[in-house]
Every structure is written in structure tokens, then in C-alpha cells.
Design a protein around this ligand. Structure first.
Ligand code: PMV
Length: 320
């Protein structure tokens, strides 16, 4: 049996603008993860009469999938899990024997924590390792990016990159991975609005806005890009007051892009009212998670305020 795991992630700054070529900052979240196990199984029928699709069975209880790969949709809109398995086998040019694959995840779906990318990365690694031909990080990242297109339409590639490399990432679409340094450890509360929202929809809506009002949207994207650069240096120098301020300004610009929601705005206001240094939505928006930057003594108060304002759950993550 072979096992692989991949973390969740949050985008600290720059979501949406990153799709249009601006920089963004993201970090892995190790408190949640996707795990995949691959094991050989007994042939269910005469091996010669079974196609390779029939030889692989897949269980993914969190997304309600169970059965032979032959039963999964293929063609122009394939199932992302089946797509990843096919892509790995194509990359290895291998016809596997009888396999059973199980996918589990503690990352909430459609909440901006990278559940789709984490499942892809864990699946690619577990399968290629099990078949004795581990893929390089670059190959893992490339296959996970192709799967992200099925989830998100026109993704920037930030989710699969931060999850594949499991390190803080300063990301610009189409350029080699860069990391960033943290001058002084800081804590973030990650609060779930409890509202699932498809990143594919918010990304498509922002694109439509951009098509209809190109010049204004380009200005908003560039303002967000400017905040990302300032945030990277505030993180490097450990200037948490400035960092918090930049987060709240990034949230206002995301609001202008129409990707916030009354629930997310309420959580941001609650965090700021309880003493957070800054707060913003994270990821695709419209629902999902938001972040609050908190100083050590304020954690419990801000967490309580977030829960009172409707957050379903709050995670604490420390960047150091
Ligand atoms: O997967 P999410 O919801 O964290 O959002 C990804 C971030 C976006 O910038 C909205 C889309 C992208 O592909 O970069």
C-alpha cells in the first residue's frame, strides 16, 4: 500500500488579480490535508477481458464517488479525479495491474482552502510512487494545474503551486516559483463563513466585469498588485501593523471586484472590531474563508467575535 498527503492553502494577498498577471502571496495550511492510498487488489474478472479503466477502482467518500474508473465521465468534461489518474498513467506510459485508490480529505470543499488541488497532488504522488516511478515536483505541479482547469476554468496556477511545493509562495502566473521570507512570526485566524462558493463562478464573473470595463478593472488589479509587493516587504521586516492595514485594503478592492458577500464583510468587520490588525476574504470569495491577522493576546477575543458573527469554524495558523 502506498500513501501520500498534501496540505491545504490560503491566499494571503492578490487573489483574482493574479489571474490577470499580478503577483500574489500564498502559504500552505498544514492543519488540514488530503490523503490518498493506493493498493493492489484482487482481479474482479478475467484479467485479459478487463480494460485498464475497469482495473482501477476509486473511493472518494467526501465527494460521493465510488466505483470503477470505467464508470467516470470522460470526453470534454472529464471527472477531475479520473483525469488525474489518466494523466499520471500517460506520463508513466504504464498499464497498471488491478488497483484500488481511496481519497480522503479534511479540507472543506469550495471554501478557498485548495481542496481540489490538494487531492490532485496527493493522488499524483501516491499513484506514481505506488507504480515505482515517482514524478518530479514540476511534473506533479503540471498535472495538478491541468486538473485545476477542470475545477476552476481559467486558474492562475497558484493553488497547485503552493500545495505541490508546500512552502510560502510569491506567485506570478507563468514564472518560476519564488518563495518569501518571514521576518517575525505571525498568527492568522482562518474563519469559515460556512457558505460554499465555486471559484469557477467568481473567476468567470470577474472576467466578465473586466471585459465590460477593462480600464477600471486593470487599475483595480494593479492596486492589488501594489499591495502584494508592500505586503511581501512588511512580512520580511515583521511590520505587522502595516501588514494588517494592507489586508483590509485588499479586502476593500476584492469587494470592488464583487467577490465579497454580506457574510464575509460581516466577519471582516467583526474581526477588526475585536482588535485584529487586518482582515480580508481569501480565495475565490462570495463565501468560503476569510483571514484575520491577530496579535497573540487578541486571538481568543477575535476568534469569539468571528464565531458570534456566524463563522462555522476557526483555524489558527502561525507563519514563521
Ligand atoms: O481556489 P481558491 O478559491 O482559493 O481561489 C483561487 C484564487 C483565484 O485567484 C480566485 C483564482 C486563481 O486561479 O488564482
Amino acid at each position: 500500500m502506498t500513501f501520500a498527503t498534501a496540505p491545504g492553502k490560503v491566499i494571503l494577498f492578490g487573489e483574482h488579480a493574479v489571474v490577470f498577471g499580478r503577483p500574489a502571496l500564498a502559504v500552505p495550511v498544514l492543519q488540514v490535508n488530503a490523503t490518498v492510498t493506493v493498493e493492489d487488489r484482487e482481479p474482479a474478472q478475467s484479467p485479459s477481458s478487463a480494460s485498464w479503466l475497469e482495473r482501477i477502482s476509486l473511493d472518494a467518500p467526501q465527494v460521493g464517488r465510488s466505483g470503477s474508473l470505467a464508470d467516470y465521465p470522460s470526453g470534454p468534461s472529464p471527472d477531475p479525479l479520473a483525469f488525474v489518474i489518466r494523466s499520471v498513467l500517460d506520463a508513466l506510459t504504464i498499464e497498471p495491474a488491478w488497483l484500488h485508490i481511496r481519497v480522503d480529505s479534511t479540507i472543506p470543499v469550495a471554501s478557498g482552502l485548495g481542496s481540489g488541488a490538494a487531492v490532485s497532488v496527493a493522488l499524483i504522488r501516491a499513484l506514481s510512487n505506488h507504480l515505482g516511478q515517482p514524478l518530479s515536483d514540476q511534473q506533479v505541479n503540471q498535472i495538478a494545474f491541468e486538473a485545476e482547469k477542470l475545477h476552476h476554468g481559467t486558474p492562475s496556477g497558484i493553488d497547485n503551486t503552493v500545495i505541490t511545493y508546500s512552502q510560502p509562495v510569491f506567485f506570478i502566473k507563468g514564472t518560476p516559483i519564488q518563495t518569501f521570507s518571514v521576518g517575525k512570526p505571525f498568527s492568522l485566524l482562518i474563519a469559515d463563513s460556512g457558505i460554499p462558493a465555486a471559484t469557477r463562478d467568481s473567476v468567470a464573473d470577474v472576467r466578465r466585469l473586466w471585459e465590460g470595463d477593462h480600464d477600471r478593472l486593470e487599475v483595480v488589479f494593479s492596486c492589488i498588485g501594489g499591495l502584494v509587493m508592500q505586503a511581501r516587504s512588511a512580512i520580511r521586516t515583521g511590520d505587522l501593523v502595516t501588514l494588517g492595514n494592507l489586508m483590509t485594503r485588499n479586502h476593500a478592492l476584492l469587494h470592488e471586484l464583487t467577490v465579497s458577500s454580506p457574510e464575509l464583510d460581516r466577519l471582516v468587520q467583526a474581526a477588526l472590531g475585536a482588535g485584529a490588525l487586518g482582515a480580508k476574504l481569501s480565495g475565490g470569495g462570495r463565501g468560503g474563508n476569510m483571514l484575520a491577522l491577530v496579535q497573540e493576546g487578541d486571538q481568543a477575543r477575535v476568534e469569539q467575535a468571528l464565531k458570534s458573527a456566524g463563522s462555522r469554524s476557526v483555524l489558527i495558523t502561525c507563519l514563521s
